[in-house]
Design a protein around this ligand. Structure first.
Ligand SMILES: Nc1ncnc2c1ncn2[C@@H]1O[C@H](COP(=O)(O)OP(=O)(O)OP(=O)(O)O)[C@@H](O)[C@H]1O
Ligand SMILES: O=c1ccn([C@@H]2O[C@H](COP(=O)(O)O)[C@@H](O)[C@H]2O)c(=O)[nH]1
Length: 240
């Protein structure tokens, strides 16, 4: 018998910036973002509360040559600003599909987004509004994976769901090693010790210490987000 009740009440979805490019070489592909938003809408319609942390690789990697040789913190602030652009594009696409949505930024950009205020974000989630967190943690030397872990803990999410370009965690990078095999589940300690790269160690450690499970899945697989939320064994589960 198939489940009709979602496995999670509140999720923190980490959306890869690069996933928004589709087959383009950088930027945001309109068709792709609309499809992703439709899939998020299906999950919201199930009554699941959705918080999102968005990456910036689709924009930031396009300017990476200019960032080469730059002061690291300056380049990181540029990367965080790229995530805010993605957050705004995502919010716009959500509005077009009738989804209630707010953007909160970890950097002060008051003309374009509200600041990150934990209590307000929690209230939006309780009301069924999707909250998109832009600008990562607001600090250089971090990543949006770590921001996802941090916001996931702060929002008391039941799970961090990393939507990326591969359908789970493999024994090695599947894009480089075709013989790599996929884990159905593995422990935080194993993922950290094996340095499996798909998620950075800071994010894994924070989730481990707070007992917040992570699921890694492919955002390119149609319907996969809903299957993850329904607990149908999609992707790879990282647990204590
Ligand atoms: N052991 C592994 N298992 C699965 N993927 C891996 C592994 N090692 C490296 N990777 C690579 O990690 C990538 C996903 O992580 P990455 O940090 O590049 O993307 P992201 O965080 O989803 O994107 P963005 O930085 O654009 O937000 C995959 O595309 C895959 O090629
Ligand atoms: O907390 C953070 C989050 C991100 N950055 C910078 O932004 C880019 C883009 O983020 P991705 O996680 O790679 O999508 C990242 O490379 C960092 O340069 C940051 O400094 N702090």
């Amino acid at each position: 018998m198939t489940n009709t009740t979602p496995a999670y009440k509140r999720i923190l979805l980490k959306l890869s910036g690069e996933a928004l490019m589709g087959d383009d070489s950088y930027g945001i592909n309109r068709g792709v973002i609309e499809r992703i938003v439709a899939e998020i809408g299906e999950v919201v319609a199930l009554g699941v509360q959705v918080a999102i942390v968005i990456g910036g690789g689709n924009i930031f990697r396009g300017v990476a040559p200019a960032a080469a040789g730059m002061d690291r913190a300056t380049a990181d602030y540029m990367g965080m600003l790229a995530t805010v652009m993605n957050a705004m594009a995502l919010q716009d696409a959500m509005k077009h599909q009738g989804l209630e949505c707010r953007v909160q930024s970890a950097l002060n950009l008051e003309q374009v987004a509200e600041p990150f205020i934990r209590g307000k974000a929690l209230r939006y989630l309780e009301e069924g509004t999707v909250v998109i967190f832009g600008a990562g943690t607001g600090n250089p030397f971090f990543t949006t994976d770590t921001a996802a872990a941090l916001r996931g803990v702060e929002m008391s999410a039941d799970v961090v769901i990393k939507a990326t370009k591969v359908d789970g965690i493999y024994t090695a990078d599947p894009k480089k090693d075709p013989s790599a095999t996929r884990y159905e589940k593995l422990s935080f300690d194993e993922a950290i010790a094996k340095n499996l790269k798909v998620m950075d160690a800071t994010a894994l450690t924070l989730c481990r210490d707070q007992n917040l499970p992570i699921i890694v899945f492919s955002i390119f697989k149609l319907g996969a987000l809903k299957r993850v939320v329904m607990g149908e064994g999609e992707g790879t589960l990282v647990h204590l």
